[in-house]
Write a protein that binds this ligand. Sequence first.
Ligand code: ADP
Length: 255
Amino acid sequence: MTFTIGIDSGSTATKGILLEEGIIRRRFLCPTPFRPADAINEAWETLRAGLETRPFLTLTGYGRQLVDFADKQVTEISCHGQGARLLAPATRTVIDIGGQDSKVIQLDRDGNLCDFLMNDKCAAGTGRFLEVISRTLGASVEQLDVITDGVAPHAITSMCTVFAESEVISLRSAGVPPEAILAGVVNAMARRSANFIGRLSAQGPLLFTGGVSHCAAFARMLESHVGMAVHTHPDAQFAGAIGAALIGQRQRKRG
Ligand code: ADP
């Protein structure tokens, strides 16, 4: 039995996976704390608890260099592509929308990385944007699907977090229903993500990963703007950690 662990120390959430020969055996997820290394330690201890031998550990994400006990550190782009292929083996394009960045990754038929784009300069188009705007209206991102179900989106013009926040407040005081504002925010962000995907000559199948992929309304709106089917997976937030564990598994087999 070959167990490997992949930990993705993200800006917003820390994810971990225990993999046994390509099968996910355990998952770990927690908000990234003030000291990200604390969450990496907790993930490591939780995922390997009770195992007889020490699993190979691969780290990825922003915090991957914060602890010194990893066997390997890998960039997020490589991990996300490989993790996506475990979840949906035919995937050719990955759109990952996390807490503070978004990325689009293009893969060839065999799953090798061809090209990628990353937006980590501004909160627009990230989970953080959705969080701030939802909070401004007294909602949480987990409620977005229920709140926006069957609601026609109101037009939102600002995508900068600061301007969008004041636009949302003005719309609410002008009497626009908050659910239409939220649907409008999701729609505007989905349109922006579709444009981002369009900057690469992306082809399907397209897998939507990262924490924001939990929002089914977002996936639907993204699909309408991007013009191809948008696939998601219940483990899509773990794609980076899965990829890290897979890379460790291959290295272990080689070595
Ligand atoms: P990172 O790797 O950058 O830390 P993740 O891919 O783990 O980010 O995603 C975290 C983000 O996902 C957070 O901004 C969070 O608000 C968002 N998120 C989590 N659940 C949902 C949901 N149901 N709808 C929309 N966004 C969500």
